[in-house]
Design a protein around this ligand. Structure first.
Ligand code: ADP
Ligand code: ZN
Ligand code: ZN
Length: 835
């Protein structure tokens, strides 16, 4: 290493830091470390720097070195936020791998990775300028405001506004700044605030048994105070062990007891018998942690567990293919325990929705408080708590959604990806558009850890790797407790319609089973993978259809909310009373969603307890959990839902699952349609008959009962589906034989968007060949939020093509388009391994 010449004459070398800034620019930024800071600063710590003229931002130290940048004058780092790194070396490695692999910038990765509580906001504050000596320049209003500012050390704009009781003071402050009466400065503050509990304890002089006994008798005449003291001693037995006093007791506990006098407690505080103090408490304390009953693995499970460990001897990744209800979770739990005992960290990934419920309660019972939970419905403070808990060793085990791959692990031993086929593991927006399952495999490689993928319906990719010997494969084909797999009934809706047996959307067969189930107090799940009342309204006279004016898609009718809603951009409008085109009153709902099913059910079975579970009924923080709890407690007879109801739920009393509109799922225009339909329908079916002695039935309504895919679902023939599909994928060049990169060109003007897409495709074809570049073509919904979209799909063979080189070529061509002056405001999204 050569040092700059100047340093030979310095007794101290200037340190420079390469920083990750949360901006979409593809490089690190070099800043100068102030002398006083250079002893303390570490790679992985956060710093505050100025970026651009007026912006102050948080950055992460990626490298420290003595080389000044050659092409610009490095600015000083303003502040060091962490004495110890909050980002581990493994994370830094992962972040740059992600930026590289998913063709985005490391700043974008950082932005998504860090909970915003670890980022910093800067807030402008004003303070009085002591050198100001031209009061004659000020207006009356300015004098008033300046007086307030003078009184206080420093004020934010809002504080000034509140003090002078005006809504907007920006203009006045600006003028004051101009006249140099006040000085503006930035105050930076952390957003994270720990949760505090107000505790009370005995003051030190009372915390010895002898003195306490005297005190109790001395309070004989003040029974209320005595009662408070005795209550404290019942929770904190200081008489037996004076050391216990140190931790004290949550003040809220006194309030829970109606009989206790608050003023008596206040008096004791005032007398100095008790003292108050604050402690930082965990936000997760309120989750139930009652210990689990000891579970003994069945022979099948033990065998699976042994096989998994054997595979881990020489394989990084093992796929556990176990049918629904086979007890995969118990196998996971036993492996997690072993990994933790060997002293490594464990990460358990779950799809978004499954995480709020049953499985977490189950894990919690086994692992108690040492388990961290990372979930998108958690507040930012809660996420920071998990982040810090991992750093300081409190959480060796974390269960979380896809973004949990960003957490600061430094010693992972095992990563479990449950329901690995789930599409919600892929992030759509914003960049990085990563796939958490694939990232998990890369992380494991970095940590020398193992990955266990679990599913009843594996993704074709994972199963393919398992067939090839790249992954180990372990299978469980028996339900726990010998519960039988459900029996299937296919209902021909075309036939029933012809015979006029359908009642609304319900076949006579389904209605029979529903009635039967209600009579026997058994529960039913009904699945329709579409929310809202109906996907569109149509005028019978002129054919008008309700459409979004921002997107090329119909507006869904929501009856409860009495609204038409766009499921793409969120636009809402009132339901027209008459046709907006011709004035006719014959406007009808076409098609059906969960809301319509629920509505019709209520009319057919007025006595039944019916609940709907979809995005619309589960927006509130605990709504999802509440529905699951009610269903578990058998306070609901029929649960109607979208695919949300299929995710890993385990109910005792469900004997019938009904599936509507299976054809729409099977015939979805997409190359993965068969795989997806198999997964979705098998998963939903798997909710039925999960207890031995209570066999379940799955009723599928279809216009075409003879489709071969339906047959495979009924037979539970994953292998048959796989063999078919994999052949087609090979023939037509789709994953796992190729890797896909999707480019989405967006522009508000149709022609510009089209022209840019054509140009881009042409450049790509010139190098990659026509067979590897599909499109450009408008997607299914070709206009979203007033942007016209064109998609280009690039297929790159796994074996033949140098993926890295191809990607950098693609990136180059995209950059050409983005910087083309004739294509102003063009946007191109790059989605690597798109799903
Ligand atoms: P999967 O995830 O494979 O669908 P689960 O792990 O949810 O299956 O198991 C299904 C049910 O069987 C759960 O209620 C679970 O508690 C129970 N179960 C599984 N294995 C055992 C075991 N060894 N002992 C007792 N109960 C078990
Ligand atoms: Zn009309
Ligand atoms: Zn829209």
């Amino acid at each position: 290493m050569t040092l700059p010449l100047s340093s030979l004459f310095d007794d101290e070398v200037t340190t420079f830091a390469d920083l990750i800034l949360p901006v979409p620019i593809p490089k690190l930024f070099t800043y100068r470390v102030p002398r006083g800071m250079s002893e303390m600063i570490k790679v992985g710590a956060r710093v505050i720097v100025q970026f651009g003229k007026n912006r102050v931002t948080t950055a992460i130290v990626a490298r420290l070195h003595p080389h000044p940048p050659t092409d610009y004058q490095a600015k000083y780092i303003l502040e060091l936020l962490d004495e110890e790194p909050i980002v581990t070396p493994h994370q830094l490695e992962l972040f740059s791998w992600m930026a590289d692999y998913y063709l985005c910038n490391i700043g974008e990765v950082m932005n998504v990775a860090l909970p915003s509580g670890l980022k910093i906001t800067s807030q402008s504050k004003v303070q009085y300028n002591p050198d100001f000596d031209h009061p004659q320049l000020l207006t009356e209003q300015e004098v008033v405001i300046l007086e307030e500012i003078k009184k206080h050390q420093a004020l934010s704009y809002e504080e000034v506004a509140r003090l002078v009781e005006q809504t907007n003071v920006t203009a006045v402050i600006k003028s004051l700044v101009g006249k140099r009466a006040v000085i503006l400065f930035e105050e930076v503050k952390e957003k994270y605030t720990p949760k505090l509990a107000r505790n009370v304890r005995l003051s030190a002089q009372y915390a010895t048994p002898d003195i306490l006994r005297d005190l109790v008798s001395a309070l004989e005449k003040q029974p209320k105070q005595q009662e408070v003291l005795l209550k404290y001693l019942s929770y904190v037995p200081v008489l037996n062990n004076p050391d216990l006093n140190q931790k004290g007791l949550d003040k809220a506990i006194f309030r829970q007891d109606d009989g206790l006098s608050d003023s008596a407690l206040q008096t004791l505080l005032k007398k100095g018998v008790f003292e108050q103090f604050e402690t930082i408490i965990s936000r997760f304390a309120d989750l139930p942690a009652s210990p689990a009953k000891e579970i003994k693995l069945t022979e099948t499970q033990q065998l699976a567990s042994r096989q998994i460990q054997e595979h881990f001897q020489d394989k990084e990744v093992v796929l556990l293919h176990g049918i629904t209800g086979s007890g995969k979770t118990e196998v996971f739990i036993s492996l997690i325990k072993q990994a933790l005992e060997s002293g490594t960290q464990v990460l358990y990934l779950l799809p978004e929705i499954a995480l709020t419920t049953q499985i977490v309660v189950r894990l919690r019972k086994v692992f108690g408080d040492s388990m961290g939970i990372y979930h998108s419905k958690f507040s930012d403070n809660e996420r920071v708590e998990v982040w810090k808990g991992i750093l300081d060793g409190k959480f060796q085990f974390v269960v979380g959604v896809r973004s949990a791959v960003f957490l600061p692990f430094d010693n992972l031993g095992l990563i479990i990806v449950d329901e690995e086929h789930e599409t919600s593991y892929k992030q759509q927006d914003p960049a990085p558009r990563y796939h958490a399952r694939d990232v998990a495999v890369v992380m494991a490689y970095m940590h020398k850890a193992k990955v266990l993928l679990g599913s009843a319906t594996p993704s074709l990719e994972s199963y393919y790797h398992a067939q090839n010997g790249k992954y180990g494969l372990v299978e469980m084909f028996q339900r726990f407790g010998d519960a039988a797999l459900p029996e299937f009934v296919l209902i021909d809706t075309k036939l029933e319609k012809k015979q006029r047996k359908m009642k609304d959307e319900f076949s006579s067969v389904l209605l029979e089973y529903l009635a039967h189930n209600l009579k026997n107090s058994e529960q039913t799940i009904l699945f329709q993978n579409r929310r809202g009342y109906s996907p569109y309204l149509q005028c019978e006279e002129c054919g008008w259809i309700s459409e979004c004016h921002n997107c090329a898609v119909s507006l869904t009718y929501h009856m409860r909310a009495a609204e038409l809603r766009c499921h793409y951009c969120g636009h809402k409008e009132e339901v027209p009373r008459t046709c907006p085109a011709c004035g006719s009153t014959k406007v009808k709902t076409i098609g059906f969603g969960t809301e319509k099913i629920e509505d019709q059910l209520n009319l057919i079975f007025p006595q039944a307890r019916i609940q709907r579970m979809d995005l619309d009924t589960t927006r509130a923080k605990n709504a999802y959990q509440q529905i699951i709890q009610d269903f578990e407690a058998e306070q609901i007879d029929i649960l109607v839902g979208t695919q949300m109801i299929s995710k890993g739920l385990d109910f005792d009393n469900v004997s019938v699952v009904g599936i509507f509109d299976a054809d729409r799922i099977i015939n979805f225009p997409e190359f993965r349609a068969s795989e997806r339909a198999f997964q979705m329908l098998t998963q939903v079916s798997g909710r039925a008959g999960r207890r031995a002695g209570k066999p379940g039935k799955v009723l599928i309504q279809t216009a075409n009962p003879h489709q071969s895919l339906l047959n495979k679902i009924i037979e539970g023939d994953y292998r048959g589906m796989y063999d078919n599909e994999i052949q087609e994928r090979e023939q037509y060049g789709y994953p796992p034989f190729t890797r896909l990169i999707k480019l989405i060109v967006k522009h508000a003007d149709y022609d510009t968007s089209h022209r840019a897409a054509e140009q881009l495709a042409e450049k790509l074809v010139a190098q990659l060949g026509r067979s590897r570049v599909l499109g450009p073509e408008p997607p299914l919904v070709e206009r979203v939020r007033n942007q016209f979209l064109f998609e280009i799909l690039i297929k790159l063979e796994r074996e033949k093509i140098n993926f890295k080189a191809a990607k950098s070529f693609i990136q180059e061509k995209v950059t050409d388009i983005l910087t083309d002056k004739t294509l102003k405001n063009i946007n191109v999204v790059i989605d690597v391994d798109c799903t």
